[in-house]
Design a protein. Structure first.
Length: 110
């Protein structure tokens, strides 16, 4: 299995708690959660990939376990990877959900 289904359920619940109706899509060898057709965050292997946008990027990199997202040998600005997401408690996961939802909410619906 390329992703943790329990983690995906928790990620989805965190977005639902914020009033969103995320859609699941297979991506990055795992699952991505889409808001309005835009990827918010997802998981593959033992990593969480979070779309935080340019204004929150530097602050996101200071969070525990966060690092630059690099899936292809090229850093993706505005995205961070969080190691060990299964170890995140619900409060930490909710903070990542809010950060991504705040940014993705500024994007046009696809």
């Amino acid at each position: 299995m390329a992703f943790d289904p329990d983690l995906v359920d928790r990620m989805e619940a965190a977005l639902v708690a914020l009033g969103h109706k995320p859609a699941r899509r297979r991506m990055f060898g795992g699952i991505a959660l889409m808001i309005g057709g835009n990827m918010s965050y997802g998981t593959s292997r033992d990593e969480l990939h979070v779309r935080v946008g340019p204004s929150q990027y530097e602050a996101a990199l200071t969070k525990p376990g966060a690092r630059e997202m690099d899936l292809t040998g090229r850093v993706m600005k505005g995205w961070v990877t969080v190691d060990g997401p299964a170890d995140l408690d619900d409060a930490a996961l909710a903070r990542w959900a809010k950060m991504t939802a705040d940014f993705v909410g500024t994007l046009p619906v696809k």
